[in-house]
Design a protein around this ligand. Sequence first.
Ligand code: GLA
Length: 375
Amino acid sequence: MREKVYNKFVELFSGEATMFAAPGRINLIGEHTDYNGGFVFPGAIDKEMVAAIRLNGTDKVRVYALDMNQESIFGLEEEDKPAETWAHYIFGVCREIIKRGGKIGGFDATFAGNVPLGAGMSSSAALESLFATALNDLFNLGIDKFELARIGQATEHNYCGVKCGIMDQFASIFGKEGCLMRLDCRSMEFEYFPFSPKGYKLLLLDSKVKHALVGSPYNDRRESCERVAAKLGREFLRGASMQSLEDIKGEISEEDYKRAYYVIGEEARVLSVCDALQKGDYEQVGRDMYATHWGLSKDYEVSCEELDFLVNVAQEAGVTGSRLMGGGFGGCTINLVKEELYDHFIGTALSRFKDQFGHEPKVYDVVISPGARRL
Ligand code: GLA
């Protein structure tokens, strides 16, 4: 893929370019907690977006997306927003850098990716992190890594319509080979956790139900949480107790209650998983993953029939832990599977899913990999 991207650059623009890469992410536990000021537990993966890029000395950006066979040309002023939806991510990154006082000019680029789109592995954050990292480097902007992540997040908010948290961009920028990261989204303190559970493997099963967070009820979930937090007189749901939620149960809608119930429970599960990881107790990690899934399904209501089915099949097959991963509304499940069960589980999941829905889910092995960088 890297070579294809480079060759396309030479074909379109001739001469030389600098290569950059930025990965997608998994998340072990801590879902829909980031915008609630809570904890997340992501890691970068070996699926990435790659760009060849060179400054062109003009005020125009010319970008070619190999996966779309499409070019987009835009200027750097607010009114220059390109027509191509995929280019909004790149335009947004440029605008957010400019808003922060970053002096950038035009550039030529080609890019492609193997982060599956709409599968919950954060292809859009990978794209934002890719261009934020590349422009920071090529224009010598000196922006720190947290700010690069925030530039990606602000791009989602202001140019793509998703009021996301910071997890995906953080993971894509800060990823480290072999390590998951526990991030406290309130203080932004984080810690690397080497993750190579002996005797277990991580497996992603993509239901191929496309999740699109743009225009999805993702923003509604966030609003529910904010309403409850405000009612509790807090900035975030993070830190609120179940008792305090019970105390205001009569004053909020049943729906908002369920959303907050899930989020407060999830905070405890992330901490439980950290503790279990330190003790090497993967069975506990798995139990918490299942609890997260059913909370996301029944209380947060961001699952779908296909994802629930995959988690049920995992549970019946004796898989240690399984849950939907990412924003939900489709995408994939993340599974913590004992090595001896691995092949058998994949076989069972594929055939049972196909019998039920007429197509097989896609299987992804995960390797925990480094974050965004110049190649
Ligand atoms: C999406 C968002 C993240 C996070 C997850 C759910 O991936 O981009 O900020 O909220 O959903 O955990």
